[in-house]
Write a protein of this length. Structure first.
Length: 408
């Protein structure tokens, strides 16, 4: 055999290869320390059971006719299986079964949803209604006021030349004096400033203030002061209304706006403030340019300005009285068919702002236009449209005027 042959244990052949290292068994030789048992003898450590005895851990079957250990034979015929509960007699409920409640009764453990509390709902609605009434009373019912006839005048006052204060003129609105105010407020009042310039419109007017004066729910501008009276005009247009019904002859005396201003609008002021608003003799002249009738003079506490008053109190240009007509192009004309406007450098000051929307828009005067179915308007650019617009024309605002007393 080749010295380099290698023995293959699986096939018992010798293959070429290097010999094993020294001390290792040669191919085909047993491992060192291995002692084979003598032929016919059992392996060392093997203990056979005694003859006729069963292997350890072996349980022989029970004698014939005996049941296997752990086996429970079935019950005799006709007897129930252990643990079996037969059904109840016919008509009796199953054990643990709860029959449904009588019709109309709730299931046990069922909590019906709460019913609507009508009383609570009524209380809530009443509270909301009361809140709305208080809110309207505070901010004014003018937007919803009905049209009412003006009250009987206690005394006549001529517009432009008011008379003396009526003897029964109510006192000023009572106010707190600085002595009644907290210390921290009293210290902020300038010593050289009259207290009524802070607490009352009368003092502010006498001090020379003329714009944005709060009286009632609105802010006002002063047009004229005559002794102990002042003529005020709202700074903004309080709302939009038509002057009268479509194609219906109307003058200020019969105008629905007159009833509204001296009714619902007047009621938006407190009783003390209403007492400060004086009855006034309102002169209703004919239209100077077109000759349309102005109607009878009236006695009102709230009114609209005439076309002549608008020209006088906004710049006093004299353009209306001097019949300085302008046509649609702004040119002076003498033809009343094309000369419809009064336009001058005071247009900007005459512009009206809608109180609700902030938009610039037209506003009504109380004077008639070219006919009894039209009324003079101040346009959105400030020109006075002496020709007038249809009395049922929408999108035209109201700018009320009042005379108020300045003395208690």
């Amino acid at each position: 055999m080749n010295d380099n042959a290698k023995f293959c244990p699986g096939c018992g052949s010798v293959a070429d290869g290097p010999p094993p290292p020294p001390g290792q068994p040669q191919p085909g030789q047993p491992q060192p320390g291995y002692a084979p048992p003598p032929q016919g003898q059992p392996q060392p450590g093997y203990a056979p059971p005694p003859q006729g005895q069963p292997q350890p851990g072996y349980a022989p079957p029970p004698p014939q006719g005996q049941p296997q250990p752990g086996y429970a034979p079935p019950p005799p015929q006709g007897q129930p299986q252990p643990g079996y509960a037969p059904p109840p007699p016919q008509g009796q409920p199953q054990p643990g079964y709860a029959p449904p409640p009588p019709q109309g009764q709730p299931q046990p453990g069922y909590a019906p949803p709460p019913k609507n509390n009508k009383t609570l709902l009524i209380v809530i609605i009443a509270a909301v209604a009361a809140f709305v009434v208080v809110l309207l009373a505070t901010n004014g019912f003018g937007a919803w006021g009905g049209e009412e006839d003006p009250a009987e005048p206690p005394e006549e006052i001529q517009i432009g030349a008011p008379g003396d204060t009526p003897e029964d003129s109510p006192e000023d609105i009572p106010v707190d004096t600085p002595e009644d105010l907290p210390d921290d407020i009293e210290e902020d009042i300038p010593e050289d400033e009259p207290e009524d310039t802070i607490l009352d419109i009368s003092g502010k007017i006498r001090a020379g203030e003329t714009r944005n004066l709060l009286f009632g729910p609105y802010e006002w501008r002063v047009l004229e002061v005559d002794g102990d009276k002042a003529l005020l005009l709202t700074e903004e247009l309080i709302e939009e209304r038509i002057y009268g019904p479509e194609e219906t002859p109307v003058t200020w005396e019969t105008c629905p706006l007159r009833g509204y201003l001296n009714g619902g609008f007047l009621q938006s002021f407190s009783s003390e403030e209403q007492g400060r608003i004086l009855e006034t003799r309102v002169i209703n002249d004919d239209n100077l340019w077109y000759g349309s009738p102005g109607g009878n003079d009236t006695d009102d506490r709230v009114f609209l300005l005439s076309v002549e008053e608008i020209d006088r109190y906004f710049g006093d240009s004299g353009d209306y009285l001097n019949i300085r007509m302008k046509d649609i192009h702004g040119d002076l004309v003498t033809n009343s068919y094309t000369g419809m406007y009064l336009s001058n450098e005071y247009n900007e000051d005459r512009k009206g702002i809608n109180l609700q929307t902030g938009d610039v828009m037209m506003w009504w005067s109380r004077s008639p236009g070219y006919s009894e179915t039209s009324a003079v308007q101040v346009l959105s650019k400030g020109e006075i449209r002496v020709f007038g617009g249809n009395v049922a024309f929408p999108n035209t605002g109201l700018r009320p005027a009042v005379w108020i007393g300045l003395e208690p």
